[in-house]
Design a protein around this ligand. Sequence first.
Ligand code: SF4
Length: 910
Amino acid sequence: MNDKKKIAEKTIQFSVNGQTVQAKEGQSILQVCRELGIDIPTFCYDERLKIDGSCRICLVEVEGARTLLPACATLVAEGMQVQTHSEKVIEARKEILALLLSDHPRECLKCEKAGECKLQDYGYEYGVDEEQFGYFVGERCERDLDDSNPFFIIDRKKCILCGKCVRICNDLQCVGALHYANRGYKTVISTPFLQDLNDGSCVSCGNCVSVCPTGALMPKKPESYRSWEVKKTTTTCSYCGVGCQMDLCVVNNRVVEVKPRKGAANNAMLCVKGKFGYNFLSHPDRLKTPLIKREGEFVEASWEEALNYIKEKAATVKSEQGDYRFAGLSSARCTNEENYLMQKMARGVFKTNDIDHCARLCHSSTVAGLANTLGSGAMTNSIEEVLRSDVVFIIGSNTSETHPVIGAHIRQAQAQNKTKLIVADPRKIDMARDADIYMQIKPGSNIAILNAMMKVIFDEKLYDQAYIEERTENFEELIQTLELLDFKELCKICGIDPETVRRAARMYASADRAGIYYSMGVTQFASGTNGVMSVSNLALLCGQIGKESAGVNPLRGQNNVQGACDMGALPNVFTGYQKVTDAAVREKFEKAWNITDMDDAVGKTLPEIMDAALNKELRFLYIMGENPVVSDPDRHHIQKALSSLDLLVVQDIFLTETAQLADVVLPAAAFAEKEGTFTNTERRVQRVRKAIDPPGQALADWRILQKLMQCFGYDSNFESAEEIFEEMRTLTPSYAGMTYTRLDTLDGLQWPCPSEDHPGTKFLHQGRFTRGKALFVPIHYTPPVEEPDAQYPLSMTSGRNLYQYHTRTMTGRVEGLNLKEGHGYVEMGPATAAEKGIVHGDRVKVSSPRGEIVVIAHVLESVQEGLLFVPFHYGEEGANVLTVANLDPICKIPELKLIKARLEKCEAAL
Ligand code: SF4
């Protein structure tokens, strides 16, 4: 990045190895030679990092220079004459290699890095005699081997001190867990692995491991194999919505390692889950055959038996009820093609719009709120743009834990671009530590803090008058509301002193480019849609939508939650948000799908589906890759609803808590076992590629759906995921210009992409909003639905942590991740704990009107007093035993972020 900034347009002419070449002013000799395909060895160079030049292996000869010069740190100049492989250069490189080998163990035969170790490769290439300087290993090898991290080891004997790991850790991941220790010959890489996240140290991202050129930093692997046995397949991470690009390294149909690729969203970085969370793929618990529940026990079945069983049971429902009483839950974990087929099956085969998925629980308020104010309910800008923002305002997003690579990008922006950071969150989350302004708001006070900031901006005339006049409507109504608001009262509701709010408002309003980043801390309220529209109001007031490095940026949680919404796995829209109530749209789909009599009414949302199951209005529920027993509010209510059905079919990769309640379970392929596409949080459609075969009889979800559609008499004959994508794009204007050929890059394409010559859309609403003019919607603060009372005197919020993912279907089967955060816990402030005589590590009971959980107490200064935080990942130890479906009246998202609760210490400590 730093190199790129320096590149100017002026052309330089110079010569390399006697050949005249052209380059841009500001390029280094190394950059130009790489472009020309001239191989210059490097150890410490990484194009993403500042030039270090310490390893010297890239020395080249420049005529007129008194010494050899490092190619990485020497800029090209007009008329320069460079020799990259002269005798002098070769001798110098040999000497450097011999020196490095004098301090390096002779373990190449058994070293796991053999075959991809740069030291070994260059040693071979330059024919270095390793005995030239003798062998001195031993003096700087105090604590040589450190295997205290669950995911990787450091073997200091193999370290050549290129420093890339230290620079990645400090300059890109920005956590500063790695340092140099000692001086001179005794210099070593210091690795305080034993410190955990709460010490602001190692987050086990493994980015240091990925860049190590030797065997000094190596992933822990149960398998032993040689690098040349590995087959690599590039694909998209299946965890969060960042959509990092990665290579799956496969030996004998087993993923043995993951390596980052340089995608537009991740810049060759990964987090701990993407890098090390892959062992679930080969876990013995994987579902391998269809299962039918007979007399309360699952019995293995063939595909034919399972499908016939479903067909017969469904026919019984139909004959008794007049129709199938079907509803479908699609999946933010599955591909676009699979979500497309799922909604096609619901609408085309079962003739219902009762189709939804877990976006209902995370960002349905974003879709509703931003669609209303801007015309499009998606992240307005691209992830990498944050690097050039002047101000970043994070509200309701624990970014470094839930979207770790975006968290790292924001920290890079702070370090490299002097970006100012404002954070508003009830917990002093990791990002708050480095914030310029941190506001520890009371839970549920988002609208109040946003209104308070807008009031300051309005009163001090800091708003963008020209932008408002030209690009928005309804400003007068917003003014009337702001004029009525009592600033001090708003600050009191938030629990923030007025001067801090003023500073935050001025900082945001004075920025040229300011981006707001939010997530479920804004959306998961009964006032979630209003919260989202408040965010939009603030950004519009300051003219921050429709330009680069600014915008309103909802961070979507799961890998393909954006795609599942785009594909119409929602009760009110087909693909690309085309309304089911629009007759012309219905006619288009009926014609394409060769069906008639499509449902013309908006269907049921996920919570409504559960209620309808409970009251027997629905009889047949089909769930693809979701686990509502753990992810949905009020676990006992969900279990009761699912148990009330006549027929529950679940297709998944493991026998989840939800699958255990099913009548039929169908074994599905995981992301590494199929082709398709995911759409990440910034609307970027990226390829998913098959690296291994699925276990047993498991099939790609789209193949299962197609079998079922055929079984119910629908003529569906797709032979590949690509064919499904082709059908989808002809019906979806925002995806129309995308093809698998065009998507076959590391950057994919961002929608809208209406034609095959369209480059995709980096940021939305440039020049014109999707709805024409943006709409101000004045919002008044409303208190949370459930407030503490005498019986339940505390507030409880819920969320995620870095090491687990969603309902732990995958991460719960990765040993290292469980070592980090394997059990449910509750976070609380010291005074809240002391009042109950609780100390860190105690076993405690947390209860609400819906139930109780027994978990471990984490007593932390970062949590405000009177508030409990419980992650939702942990099934019977998770937050959703306690939460309730108090719904937003517009989008029906439950108020998962705030309930009343009680805390008690259990008798026996763990
Ligand atoms: Fe995967 Fe998200 Fe981590 Fe990237 S940041 S590696 S997409 S979990």
